[in-house]
Ligand binder design. Structure first.
Ligand code: NAD
Length: 248
């Protein structure tokens, strides 16, 4: 059964990792895709792969989600392609760890701009489009670190804790438009973001997973599929942990 047939879906940060896995799964469920990231080459390759495999409509929208002006221009472009948006996945994010004494103002600005502010920028435009059709689903990719924190992750953890606050506030604000807003909080997932970690930190995170192994981007994509589809049509304001038991 195809769960997203003809649904128009924008996924930020979808050139690789979790975003690319969501795009691929959603294509197999009949979605019409709008793929964003700052990496034009990777986006072009992914689009080619998806169109060849699934024969679906798939557009690329390269823009920097941390820039309010670029987001505005990106949505203008989106509006020339479609007058309808059913689902927005706010997935773009960066990880830039530092212990407290080493954190720089530039690092704080950049991390919050990409991981947090972007969610408000994109949700503003997306929710206007969704209101036209009287329904929609916004899915924000948070992190387990936003709930429990971690040494060296004050900036990242803060930026992701804010994602949870934004999710719950927007869920309350947009519910009467039948726009659902939920978050997924991944644990430790096998992508380039985690592959860049030093060996000792990588092992430490692995050791904290009750199920004993790292998650795959497809594990996050499956939860996103549920939240994007009508299977979750009465679910809003939730944060779904997908972490192999890191929190139990
Ligand atoms: P990744 O580094 O593999 O991919 C990040 C994506 O975001 C890329 O497509 C990149 O081009 C894009 N991006 C970065 N900055 C951008 C910008 N300014 N504008 C537009 N696109 C931008 O990372 P991932 O592991 O796939 O992470 C995806 C999301 O999941 C992130 O929000 C991350 O914080 C979150 N997350 C990941 C894990 C994990 O273990 N991998 C755990 C918890 C949360």
């Amino acid at each position: 059964m195809k769960l997203l047939q003809y649904k128009h879906i924008l996924i930020t940060g979808s050139s690789r990792g979790i975003g690319a896995a969501i795009a691929t799964l959603f294509a197999s469920h009949g979605a019409i895709l709008y793929l964003n990231s700052t990496n034009l080459d990777a986006l072009t390759n992914l689009r080619k792969q998806i169109v060849e495999t699934y024969g679906c409509e798939c557009y690329i929208l390269p823009f920097d989600v941390s820039s309010a002006n670029e987001v505005k221009a990106g949505f203008k472009k989106l509006f020339t392609l479609t007058k309808k948006l059913d689902v927005l996945i706010n997935n773009a994010g960066i990880l830039d760890d530092a212990l407290l004494g080493m954190i720089t103002p530039a690092q704080i600005q950049q991390t919050f701009a990409i991981n947090t502010f972007s969610i408000i920028y994109c949700s503003q435009y997306a929710s206007r489009l969704m209101q036209r059709s009287g329904q929609g689903s916004i899915i924000n990719i948070a992190s387990i670190i936003g709930s429990v924190g971690n040494k060296g992750q004050a900036v990242y953890g803060g930026s992701k804790a804010a994602v949870i606050g934004i999710t719950q506030s927007l869920a309350k604000e947009l519910a009467h438009h039948q726009i659902r807003v939920n978050a997924i909080a991944p644990g430790f997932i096998d992508t380039q973001m985690t592959q860049q970690l030093p060996d000792d930190k990588y092992q430490q995170r692995l050791d904290s997973i009750a199920m004993g192994h790292i998650g795959q981007p497809e594990d996050i994509a499956n939860s996103a599929l549920f939240l994007a589809s009508d299977m979750a049509k009465y679910v809003t304001g939730q944060v779904i942990g997908v972490d192999g038991g890191m929190l139990i």
